[in-house]
Design a binder for this molecule. Sequence first.
Ligand code: ADP
Ligand code: MG
Length: 573
Amino acid sequence: MRNRNDLAQKLEGIDSRGYKAYKSIKGSYDLGDMVLHIDHVQSDPFAPPSHLRAVVPQSVARIPPELFSNPSRRIGLEDYLTRRFHSSARRHEDRRGGTGKSGLLSIDRCGSEILRRTSMVVGEDFVEARFVVGLPARGRRVMAAKAKRMLLESVPEVASEALHYRSIDADEVEDHVQTTENQDLLRSQLEGLELVSFVANGSILPRESGVSDLPLEASRAVPFQSPPELEVSLTLKDGSQISGMGVPEGVSLVVGGGYHGKSTLLRAVQKGVYNHVPGDGREMVVTVDSAMKVRAEDGRSVVSVDIHPFIADLPQKIDTRCFTSENASGSTSQASNIVEALESGSRLLLLDEDTSATNFMIRDVRMQHLVEKSLEPITPFIDRVRELHSVLGVSTMLVLGGSGDYLDIADVVVKMVSYVPRDATSTAREVADRFRSDRRAEVTQPMREVSPRVPLPSSFRLGRRDKVRPKGLHHVRYGRSTIDLSLVEQLVSSSQTNAIAMILTYMAKRYMDGSRSLSEAVDSVLEDVRKNGLDAISPFRGGHPGELALPRKQEICAAVNRYRRLEARQLQP
Ligand code: ADP
Ligand code: MG
């Protein structure tokens, strides 16, 4: 293998030449304490940065094997090392005096969630960081001296600061890894206890602001405290118990006055499908991992979804057993979101009145008298929510302030009072008995299993010049169509969006064969990821796979469902 002198000489040899000369440094170099792999060289100082890897042998890194002794701990460790690499790279990068991305030194950015990512790989024999570099240029000319400093000094320093165990705080890394493991452990206890979510006492649920995912400062936040009636204890790795509110399977309501913390609780629960970092405040809030936030999303496209359980007999005889729309309304979009969540295997639906279509949620007795059922296409959610649980085994947690009719059908009612939850289940029953609502249930046909849909391969065919590209957190460009994910609330990282873009290509090539259902195709992809790692979905074989984080099945399905050129047919269940 070539060594540091070879790289130094190569760089000197191309000093001040046109930027394309950088292509010649592609390859692997032994730098002593690490091997540097230059996998991809950007074509231009303004192009996406170059892809590099630093591989440090464990004989140098010396990370104790207990820190990655099972998959949960390994993901926690890889996340921790990525964060360290990120902050160290920030200190070492030098963006002064070059054009475009000159001097950039960075790695995938992590938010409050701990996700499975491609940025770091810890193995028995090595630690590998996959990062990016903006190779320095003056105008469009190679700056050799600066490149030498970056690749031969800064990168090895960052690798040693971030990845050598002796530079790491042993307690901090153990806490990070253990917190990850404990969250997986708590989540795995939910089903046995017939719970769908757990919110530990002492959790800090509110965020600093609407645009920040950091916790609200301690002096202003009211820590979560379970009502005694709903308190349960779960077991942590070390055998100790942790107490908090258990949300039981079935139908749970969160009620309370405006601004008393209802939506904040629901948001913590919906994010509880992911693990959080120590200090986030929600690191002991866990939810069954298939939970799906469903909301109104007017304007979205819908393809061949059977929304008949919720909406039937639209004007102009529009067929709702196989409903397609370029521009769904509030209620039809919410119905589609629910049916698609069921199709993707979700066991818990999360709804907030703030983001729901009112006419989808409820039709009260007066409206039932004024507008007769034969003229109302909507079977409101209130008339389906019990059946979702009794027939399909799907639970619902619902935030409501406005409609008391739901008191009749709830298993549990939590009332938020100044950010403190109280159990209001029995009071709610008394109220429901005292003030009878003469509302009639509007169900005509029982709820059935959802028909799986098979995406047609032709709808994913791309022209020769068509590309599939992620754009930030919320968009994926697929050929000539843009998939809008901005209201898919549990998509949390643009690296997940990067992965979704790659998965669409991967899945279209391998698994969209005209006979597999969408759910089966996504399962096949996730099975490949389980067997071969997240690198498997990347087209950059054997090198830097890009900045990818694993999305859930639900978000992958959500992307396909929002693809405006999708064509699909339904199978009978
Ligand atoms: P609701 O949905 O009941 O109207 P929100 O959940 O939107 O109320 O909360 C209203 C405000 O109170 C938000 O600014 C939120 O950050 C803040 N908040 C929520 N929970 C807490 C808490 N436990 N401690 C302090 N502030 C909170
Ligand atoms: Mg609210």
